[in-house]
Design a protein around this ligand. Structure first.
Ligand SMILES: Cc1cc2nc3c(=O)[nH]c(=O)nc-3n(C[C@H](O)[C@H](O)[C@H](O)COP(=O)(O)OP(=O)(O)OC[C@H]3O[C@@H](n4cnc5c(N)ncnc54)[C@H](O)[C@@H]3O)c2cc1C
Length: 380
């Protein structure tokens, strides 16, 4: 058992950390205030290979192992939680759908441009009435000659309003429950009947547009079907499984940022003629924060390790995402507490970390649903 990073993993971490410290951290406040998609940063990340970290070089990716990808995403999220979601939805969800389940033509045509960072990807599974309960989705895809005609609405699509390629889930057989769901590549610029209805105003996760999409007789060629008809539900579950490791990474990254800000503040802020870091209460808070972060990192890497080995990792991915998300929110909460009243203001980033952390407990499986998943695996 080896807990240290390999030379390559250390190099990746240092490279991404340098980019984040120089380019993302100075922009984080502005991104949080404007809530604008930082297209220039995304383009830069594409040039650095950060938009296709886990994909093979033949498909435009950086060919990194899943540990390195998680470390990269952790660093990006340390700079901006919104940017963390942009990369995770683009890579772990849209990109991975194509990599794992797309045919060779789809990989060459759509995955390569995503992995090279020349285009942005999104993953549209959720609907207004179908979040945790995926099979209750209502969007349909009807075959008409050599085309599919898509109808329905998708809610909460991260990157949805800026994406060039969206993997969309719809029912090809509405009476067949989960085996009636299929997935498709939708290209907003090309496909008639595709509309961005709205983008949400959110608590945090700023800079990553969360869009409501409408499909009105949206016609797409039949070769945009991913895999076979009826494969969509299993594809979504498998994709979300891998995605959960990187959402754990997002949680760890935000928690690290909250911890560092709190540690620095505690050493500078003086009350009763001494830095507040002299008080044992504050020291214990910092000790607990770091201990939880280290434990979350280990769960994340354990899940990544199982994935790399090709072993079943449903429980490990759910545990990593569940724990890292709760730790992220707890650490961010303590970060505000250590800042006192200043932590509650926008003058300091502590409140932003809290708002960004909260999302982790909701998307890609709520904490309640993940506890169900873990219990199912334990009792199976
Ligand atoms: C900012 C943001 C970005 C998102 N990005 C995407 C995206 O890119 N693509 C996408 O497809 N979706 C995305 N989502 C959707 C997200 O995955 C769903 O919001 C999430 O799955 C929960 O679904 P829901 O909101 O409908 O809540 P519901 O499923 O209605 O849940 C409401 C509450 O009930 C609980 N609950 C539900 N079922 C159970 C159960 N069986 N047992 C115990 N408790 C239960 C939940 O845990 C929760 O507390 C995003 C959401 C947000 C907020």
């Amino acid at each position: 058992m080896d807990f240290s990073l390999s030379q390559e993993q250390s190099q990746i971490r240092d490279m991404v950390a340098e980019f984040v410290d120089e380019e993302v951290v100075p922009r984080a406040k502005e991104i949080a205030e404007t809530d604008e998609f930082p297209a220039d940063l995304v383009a830069e990340m594409g040039e650095l290979g950060l938009m296709g970290m886990p994909f093979p070089e033949e498909y435009g990716g950086a060919g990194l192992d899943y540990h390195s990808y998680a470390i990269g995403l952790e660093e990006i999220s340390r700079g901006s939680g919104g940017l963390g979601t942009v990369v995770a939805a683009h890579t772990s969800l849209a990109g991975n759908m194509l990599y794992e389940f797309g045919d060779e033509t789809q990989k060459e045509e759509y995955l390569t441009t995503l992995a090279e960072g020349r285009e942005v990807g999104a993953f549209a599974l959720s609907e207004a009435g179908a979040g945790s309960d995926v099979p209750s989705m209502e969007a349909t895809a009807e075959k008409d000659g050599d085309e599919y005609v898509l109808n329905g609405s998708k809610l909460w699509t991260s990157n949805g309003s800026v994406a060039d390629t969206i993997t969309v889930f719809a029912k090809t057989d509405p009476d067949a429950g989960r085996t009636g769901i299929s997935s498709f590549v939708v290209r907003p610029e090309q496909d008639p009947g595709f509309h961005v209805e709205n983008t949400e105003e959110k608590l945090g996760d700023k800079g990553c547009p969360t869009a409501e999409l409408r499909l009105d007789d949206c016609r797409i060629p039949e070769d945009r079907l991913i895999g076979e008809e009826g494969d969509g539900f299993v594809q979504a579950l498998k994709t979300l499984n891998g995605g959960r490791i990187t959402i754990a990474a997002r949680g760890v990254g935000i928690a690290c940022a909250a911890f560092e800000a709190a540690r620095e503040y505690a050493q500078q802020r003086e009350q009763f003629d001494r830095p507040i870091s002299d008080f044992q209460t504050i020291q214990h808070k910092l000790a607990d924060m770091d201990t939880k972060i280290q434990a979350a990192k280990m769960l994340m890497h354990k899940a990544a390790d199982k994935k790399i080995r090709g072993e079943r990792y449903v429980k490990e991915a759910a545990q990593a995402k569940l724990y890292a998300s709760e730790v992220s929110r707890e650490v961010a909460n303590e970060g505000i507490q250590i800042h006192g009243g200043y932590g509650y203001t926008k003058e300091f980033p502590a409140e932003r970390f809290y708002r960004d952390a909260k999302l982790n407990e909701i998307y890609e499986g709520t904490s309640e649903v993940l506890r169900n998943t873990i219990a199912d695996q334990l009792l199976d």
